[in-house]
Design a protein around this ligand. Sequence first.
Ligand code: SF4
Length: 271
Amino acid sequence: MKCEVCFRKCDLSEGQEGFCKGRINRDGKIVAKNYGRISSAALDPMEKKPLVRFHPGSMILSVGSYGCSLRCPFCQNHEISQVDLEGQCEEVTPQQLVDKAVELVLYGNIGIAFTYNEPMVGYEFIRDTAKLAKEKGLKTVVVTSGNATISTLDEILPYIDAFNIDLKGFTPEAYRYVGGDLQTVKDFIAHAAKKAHVELTTLVVPGKNDSPEDMEKMAKWIASVSPDIVLHLSRYFPRYKETIPPTPLSTLESLQAIAKKYLHTVVLGNV
Ligand code: SF4
């Protein structure tokens, strides 16, 4: 059976797990193996998602599970994104998570963010939880690489207020480096921006996605979707398997100047 959730379209035989480790062919159906499995949870500032034009100054209950459809060599969350954590997670139902989010309103919480690993590989849990969250007046956020198909995005889009989507470069090579697909991400961004608040994040890695020409093309394309989309240019540091030295600040600043020719807000992160 083919999984249609992301660009990989894994062909899975009975009992076989997908590339992302979050989905499986079980009894002839492809299901989210990580449904309701929470590996990490925190009450985070909205700016940490990062979202700077969506309820600035507020807090949001942020949860992650396990699994990812990409293989970024610099992944900061590889302990949860690149492994199967079944049996090591806390199990919650959508209702229990919404109840927790409501409880935390007292501490400044305004909703639920699905983040840390790649949440779209378990989109069913996002959909079921976000539906209930909206009934309680909570805000909903998804932080994703945007490598899911439009039909998967449509399953959650009616219930999501804001997205931060990674745009990991603007060339096929930049996406080969992380094991993703640029066209899928562009389609995802353009479709999400029709209905929800969208901000984008590019982690700038020296020699991989720091060319001024590519930044020019990227910013132009983002502006064609909307010049109001906020672009976060984030500084890379060596992590996980990647040993390239950190991004010089001067590189970030010159890319920011290029992007600002087309976009109203370009923010530097991790500096
Ligand atoms: S979501 Fe997972 S199982 Fe489905 S196609 Fe993508 S990597 Fe494969």
